[in-house]
Design a protein around this ligand. Structure first.
Ligand code: ATP
Ligand code: MG
Length: 553
């Protein structure tokens, strides 16, 4: 946490509970992902909140996989979720699965049947929907609603035993068909699904609905503060009712606003489509808002935690500007990234008065932001250098403090050079720039009296290594693609990835450390891509150096 701030509303609740001595002073939260996709930055918000609260109040957090839907869930997702939570810097108390409670949940259902609070319904899903009415018209009971307890017990046991096909029957709670809350109009508790489950295999052919598993799973684990997003507000009375009738631990649910962020989509279902349709390379494509994508892009766990802290805990849905996330990673990398030089769009500069066979080893510090420095590296300098094409202009305007005939600049860590001439090819493209250098202007020596406004980066031609550099832009062209007409995929940004196959980097970058951030001076922050090899170096741009985002305090 960066600075003192007021308590958020969940912290206020917890402090009140602790003051009252509720739950013997215990705080136990949980993070309950459904393993049907990779986690995204919205989940990071939930993770930071749940684990953060527990940490702050000396409590614990369970990682519980909400795996009640066998057809969508896979072990691959379970593994990725665990990796992402750990990478974010959190440790869970227990690793649990809703599927571990299948027997217990079945017994809960039997108990409700015995209390006359649940019944087996043979209607089709269309019939059930029609009989439910509308928010203004009450639902109508069907003939199955008055089945006897004995009959319901027998039918439910037969459902479990596999006597019926998918869709033949469901188990419903018998609550109130005229409730203004549609979720209380006899909601489904169990459906028949002859499907393989990633953990229980073929053991079950009936599966509890999410609404009959979630609240009870919290109760079974004795979760004290069950935190979820706002769309579950209308579900709360149902969870509370089940808990009361089953006489189990009264976990309390609190809802906060989901994180939405500009220029992306935040739903596993949509992200899955982007992967399946090949709009991105994979779930961890660096343009994805997934935790794995952000990691590959060069985001640090600390920057994501800081982002989650800054956005706070809202009670009303809102849209967070992605530039706040970029601000957080920039702040982090400014302190930690080592400075290096790389030329992304090269053009050759020749220093005509520098000896042809001479090489100098100049020194550049790794990080001027760290007091005392973090060491440095040698940078070879020679007569022929690569510089950025954009740092030269044939007809420079007045305030262009870089190169053009007659103009001088400082070469970072090296000398001041003055542009004397340039060469063009038959098509009129500038191919070489000729300069002279001032031997007395070497960086670090006494250069009093010689001064220029601009400094540019460079890489020595005979020493340069080649790398592929990938620049990323927003994945979508509009702020809220989910809220536009038509399919959200129509709003993808066709230029979200730019590949520069032939950038020149200073030789030390051949030793770049995977996972570490590097500032390519004047060009942004970069990190090695996971597919980078010693034969083919690949760098991803994490974020550029500047943005118009201003800090809101
Ligand atoms: P999605 O809609 O992306 O599939 P989900 O809510 O179905 O998300 P779950 O795996 O059920 O995904 O979510 C696990 C936890 O993360 C839940 O407690 C959920 O409320 C929370 N969560 C999911 N998306 C967000 C978000 N955008 N902001 C904050 N919390 C979120
Ligand atoms: Mg969900």
């Amino acid at each position: 946490m960066s600075e003192e701030r007021a308590l958020n509303f969940i912290e206020e609740i917890i402090e009140e509970d602790l003051a009252k001595g509720l739950n013997d002073g215990r705080v136990l939260t949980r993070f309950p992902p459904e393993p049907n996709g990779y986690l995204h930055i919205g989940h990071a918000k939930s993770i930071c909140l749940n684990f953060g609260l527990a940490k702050k109040y000396n409590g614990k957090t369970n990682l519980r996989f909400d795996d009640t839907n066998p057809t969508k869930e896979e072990t691959e997702y379970v593994d990725s979720i665990k990796e992402d939570v750990k990478w974010l810097g959190f440790e869970w108390e227990k690793e649990l699965y809703a599927s571990d409670y299948f027997e217990q949940l079945y017994n809960f259902a039997v108990k409700l049947i015995e209390k006359g609070l649940a019944y087996v319904d043979d209607s089709t899903s269309e019939e059930i929907a029609a009989q439910k009415g509308t928010p203004t018209i009450p639902g109508t009971p069907n003939q199955y609603r008055s089945r006897s307890v004995e009959e319901n017990l027998q039918l439910f046991a037969e459902m479990r035993a596999g006597k019926y096909q998918d869709g033949d029957k469901v188990l419903r709670a018998k609550i109130d068909l005229s409730s203004p809350n549609m979720l209380l109009r006899d909601p489904l508790m169990y459906r028949i699904k002859h499907a393989h489950h990633h953990r229980t295999g073929e053991a079950w052919c009936i599966y509890p609905m999410y609404d009959f598993a979630h609240g009870q799973s919290d109760a079974i684990e004795k979760i004290t503060h069950s935190i979820c997003t706002l769309e579950f507000v209308p579900h709360r009375p149902l969870y509370d009712l089940f808990i009361k009738e089953l006489e189990i631990f009264p976990s309390k649910q609190y809802e906060f606003a989901r994180l939405n962020m500009t220029y992306t989509v935040m739903s596993k279902r949509k992200l899955m489509q982007l992967v399946a349709d090949g709009h991105v390379e994979s779930w961890d494509d660096p343009r994805m808002p997934t935790i794995s994508g952000l990691r590959r892009r060069g985001y640090t766990p600390g920057s994501i935690r800081e982002f989650c802290e800054r956005i706070g805990v809202a009670k009303r849905d809102n849209m967070i500007d992605v530039s706040l996330l970029e601000f957080c990673i920039r702040e982090d990398l400014n302190k930690t990234a080592w400075r290096r030089m790389a030329v992304l769009d090269p053009i050759k500069l020749i220093i005509t008065n520098y000896p042809e066979d001479q090489t100098e080893n100049l020194n550049g510090e790794n990080n001027p932001e760290v007091e005392g420095g973090e060491g440095g590296r040698d940078i070879p300098f020679s007569r022929e250098l690569w510089i950025e094409r954009e740092d030269f202009m044939e007809e420079p305007p007045k305030k262009f403090f870089r190169l053009g005939v007659g103009l001088s600049v400082r070469l970072k860590h090296a000398y001041i050079v003055k542009c004397e001439d340039f060469k063009k090819d038959a098509d009129g493209n500038v191919t070489e720039i000729y300069c002279t250098y001032i031997p007395e202007s070497k960086s670090g020596s006494d250069t009093s009296g010689i001064n220029v406004k601009g400094t540019i980066h460079w890489v020595s031609v005979p020493h340069a290594k080649t790398a592929e550099v990938r620049l990323y832009d927003r994945l979508f062209q509009v702020e809220d693609p989910s809220n536009e007409d038509g399919d959200f995929k129509e709003y993808l940004n066709p230029n979200s990835l730019q590949i520069l196959p032939n950038a020149y980097i200073e030789p030390d970058l051949a030793n770049a450390i995977p996972g570490k951030g590097y500032q390519f001076i004047r060009k942004g922050y970069f990190t090695l891509d996971k597919h980078s090899t010693t034969d083919k170096l690949i760098f991803n741009r994490t974020v550029g150096l500047k943005d118009g985002w201003t800090i809101k305090k």
